[in-house]
Design a protein around this ligand. Structure first.
Ligand code: SAM
Length: 282
């Protein structure tokens, strides 16, 4: 039986009602499922954290290859279904929780997870907060293989001087090597979402892409530069630096024309700028 009919049978049998607010679009395409599994490069030494297992389609395939899978699902109506669909596996742990509220490092410690990868068909409403949480909280994962809205994927991999380039591109590229895996059309899901999706892989680097003296300041500079996208850097950064002469001095020292806009700066230039602000501010 195909994955689509199997999914529909489970949904009918348990009288499951899809909850749009939880981004419930279940993957029913075997080809895409295989691509995600292949991209994740799982083996008997790898552990997986899955966010939003749904009825457990991806979960089972991962459990066949990985040492252990911990699946975090927010919808209480899915827990009895998962208990049944995953009953034959002794290396899966289901946690009923909101992934936005869990302490991932605590789960990793409590469940004795090692070589951890996050693999998920993410509910689209939490994509950016989840990625931000995993990176900012320095969760001990080596890679994230995630299916997300195509538009957000394009922002993550974006380069300077494009409309997609922004704070999310810089956050992800500061911490990770980022790579597109494949595009996914809405008809690969039940029910089909309104937008196209994309699978991407983020490999967390031990050494960050650029050396930064003060990470908070670095990301504040980036935030300010993109908050006022259409303004010159000089105008956008005034609130961060305060003193206008100091700002001109810093831009001059960093070899950056004050009339440039944030979206033209490379990550190296943002690092140089933030480091010079740190030094001059003392
Ligand atoms: N993994 C399944 C698949 O590929 O078919 C389901 C993916 S579906 C796009 C997203 C899943 O995430 C749903 O099961 C939904 O209930 C769950 N979910 C939504 N918000 C969540 C949250 N904050 N924490 C954990 N799970 C969440």
């Amino acid at each position: 039986m195909g994955l689509r009919s199997k999914t529909m049978d489970i949904v009918k049998y348990f009288e499951f009602k899809f909850n749009k607010n939880l981004g419930q679009n279940f993957l029913v395409d075997e080809n895409i499922l295989k691509k995600i599994i292949d991209a994740a490069e799982l083996d008997e030494n790898t552990c997986v954290i899955e966010i939003g297992p749904g009825i457990g389609t991806l979960t089972q395939e991962m459990a066949r290859k990985a040492k252990k899978v911990v699946a975090i699902e927010i919808d209480k109506n899915l827990i009895p279904i998962l208990n049944e669909t995953l009953a034959n596996f002794d290396n899966i742990k289901i946690i009923h929780a909101d992934a936005l509220k869990v302490d991932f490092n605590k789960i990793i410690e409590e469940e004795n997870l090692e070589n951890v990868k996050v693999v998920a068909n993410l509910p689209y409403y939490v994509t950016t907060p989840i990625i931000t949480k995993l990176l900012n909280e320095k969760v001990k994962v080596s890679s994230m293989i995630i299916m997300i809205q195509k538009e957000v994927a394009e922002r993550i991999v974006a380069k300077p001087n494009t409309d997609e380039y922004g704070s999310l591109s810089l956050l992800c590229q500061y911490h990770c090597e980022v790579k597109k895996i494949c595009k996914v059309s809405p008809n690969c899901f039940v029910p089909p979402p309104k937008v196209e999706s994309m699978v991407i892989r983020l490999d967390v680097m031990d050494k960050k892409r650029v050396d930064v003296l003060d990470e908070t300041l670095f990301f504040n500079v980036i935030k300010a530069a993109f908050n006022m996208r259409r303004k010159t850097l000089y105008n956008a950064l005034k609130p961060v630096v305060g003193d206008e002469n100091l700002l001109l001095d810093v831009l001059n020292k960093s070899n950056i024309d004050p009339k440039r806009r944030g979206e033209t700066l490379t990550i190296e230039e943002f690092a140089l700028l933030a480091n010079n602000i740190s030094k001059l501010k003392g």
